[in-house]
Design a protein around this ligand. Structure first.
Ligand code: IMP
Ligand code: MG
Length: 179
């Protein structure tokens, strides 16, 4: 098993580039069918979704647009630090069919906040495309429409996902070794 080091930790290959590509293309084809005359607006959530969004869009062949947002830690009165703000939206989403693109959904807290943010702005519909889902830790009741792979609770890096800011450039997805 090919293993690599990212910062201070050892990782081993978990999902190969070719399997990821194949799954991403399949999701894009489903979207092509479902959104044929809907002119969807894809919204990628940075930084993690950049590779997934990029590969997905290469197989999307219907009229559509893409924009990116990022989440910021909200330095408010809350000590939990859980509340985040959506930054960077320039597009008018009113009346649009939105497809949110995320790299991974763990507890679902981040995605629930993103969905709330968009729901308040009157889109015609919102669906979620996430490359990875850790179903064991999901605590929000989210409807996830396009899921690439369901994975166990172990930490992963690569294909946009980071460990301490590193490893996003890896083309395969790696899992933390031994644990
Ligand atoms: P959630 O709010 O718990 O769903 O967390 C989602 C965010 O946590 C993702 O957008 C990632 O930034 C991060 N995350 C969760 N699990 C992993 C992982 O295994 N590797 C890298 N980042 C992760
Ligand atoms: Mg993320």
């Amino acid at each position: 098993m090919e293993s690599i080091k990212v910062r201070d930790k050892e990782f081993e290959v978990y999902l190969k580039d070719s399997d990821i590509q194949q799954r991403v293309a399949t999701i894009a084809e489903e979207i092509n069918k479902e959104y044929k005359s809907k002119n969807p607006l894809f919204i990628g959530i940075l930084n993690g979704s950049f590779m997934f969004a990029s590969d997905l869009m290469k197989t999307v062949n219907i009229p559509s647009e893409i924009a990116f947002i990022r989440m910021s830690s909200y330095k408010g009165m809350s000590s939990s630090g859980a509340a985040k703000q959506v930054l960077g939206l320039q597009e008018n989403v009113f009346g649009r069919h939105l497809i949110l693109i995320e790299d991974i959904i763990d507890t679902g807290i981040t995605m629930a906040q993103v969905i709330n943010f968009f729901q308040e702005r009157g889109p015609k519909s919102i669906k979620v495309a996430t490359l990875l889902l850790k179903p064991e830790k999901l605590e929000k009741n989210l409807k996830l429409d396009f899921v690439g792979f369901e994975i166990p609770e172990k930490f992963v890096v690569g294909y946009g996902l980071d460990y301490d800011g590193h490893g996003r450039n890896l083309k395969d997805i790696y899992q933390l070794k031994g644990e």
